[in-house]
Design a protein around this ligand. Structure first.
Ligand SMILES: [Zn+2]
Length: 344
């Protein structure tokens, strides 16, 4: 088969569109004919490489996969050839204490498709059978590939970590990103009021359509001052932080007393200052979050099926245009997700 593979970390050129061996499922695995695969910031990190982190190169990227089951391993039951499926992006060992408690994302051996094993930038992918979920009939393959990682991340941040309550004020950074556009919707579903930031007025317009009550163009104004103005100097109850160095101090400053900052990423840099008296005098909480459990993903799929949450697809490209997809994501040109489709 022809797939997009990374042999050496680097720029866009590191994405090679090349012949690779057809994958063969083991006894507990499933072969999926890939129909669509979402592009995530994670893919950029894997392509570029991360200091101190080793990836199993060469590697086929891509963790948000939908398609049809083409073959099942001899020990797999309950999954039919031909069924429309969505692949959970991450997987634990299945047997340890966190896995047994349903917190597979806290498993010491947690892996992610396209990061720790070959993913979906390919026409075929082999996945552990436990990752296969039914794709609701009313969702297209492209829609199904546009939400798992981003919505799972945002859901875990808002529901499990920050425990957002109805009526609370939530600031969502970079509302045009996958996590941001998910967080706006989830916070609204929880009954919270949303303030959203983005770098263009067009993205702010989209954020308002998703339910943001107030929008802030961070290119034009100091977002922390604007939050202070909009809230009458009170601040917000929760900040959804995934930007990192560029916004960190402002994000902490935005918090009301008892506020929670929840972070899942640091795309602009890994270091943030924290003024400790602000932390204790205002009784703030700083919460880290990464991925979420498979149970949470099931809930998200249900809400997608009920159209209470919506995948946000910016555009659909051919798989061989993966370099262009990465460029668009790096240049922050998208609102929502870019989805790649292999040739049918
Ligand atoms: Zn485990």
């Amino acid at each position: 088969m022809r797939a997009i593979r990374v042999h050496q970390h680097g720029g866009l050129d590191a994405l090679a569109w090349e012949e690779t061996a057809d994958p063969v499922p083991g006894p507990t695995e499933v072969l999926v004919r890939v129909r669509a695969c979402g592009v995530n910031h994670l893919d950029l990190w894997v392509r570029r490489g991360m200091p101190g982190h080793e990836f199993p190169l060469p590697l086929i990227l891509g963790c948000d996969i939908t398609g049809e089951v083409a073959e099942v391993g001899q020990s797999v039951t309950g999954i039919s050839v031909g069924s429309r499926v969505l692949v959970a992006p991450g997987f634990g060992c299945g047997g340890c204490e966190p896995c047994s408690l349903g917190n597979d994302h806290l498993c010491r051996h947690y892996g992610i498709m396209g990061e720790t094993r070959d993913g979906g930038y390919a026409p075929w992918v082999v996945v552990p059978h436990r990752l296969v979920l039914a794709l609701p009939e009313n969702l297209s393959f492209e829609e199904g590939a546009a939400f798992p990682l981003a919505f799972l991340t945002a859901w875990h941040m808002l529901v499990a970590r920050a425990e957002v309550q109805p009526g609370e004020l939530v600031l969502v950074h970079a509302a045009g990103s996958g996590v941001g556009s998910a967080a706006v919707q989830i916070a609204r579903l929880l009954g919270a009021r949303v303030l959203a930031t983005a770098g263009t007025d067009a993205k702010l317009q989209h954020a308002a359509e998703l339910g943001a009550e107030e929008t802030i163009n961070y290119e034009k104004v100091d977002f922390a001052k604007e939050v202070s103005r909009l809230t009458g100097k009170r601040g917000v109850d929760v900040v959804v932080e995934h930007v990192g160095e560029a916004t960190w101090e402002g994000s902490v400053r935005c918090l009301a007393k008892g506020g929670r900052l929840v972070t899942c990423g640091a795309t602009t840099g890994p270091t943030g200052n924290l003024h400790l008296p602000r932390l204790f005098f205002k009784s703030l909480s700083i919460l880290g979050s990464t991925m979420g459990s498979r149970g949470e993903l099931h809930r998200i799929v249900q809400l997608m099926e009920q159209r209470k949450l919506h995948p946000v697809v910016d555009r659909v490209l051919d798989l061989e245009d993966a370099r262009e997809a990465h460029r668009i994501l790096e240049d922050r040109e998208a609102f929502g997700k870019i989805v790649l489709c292999p040739p049918s």
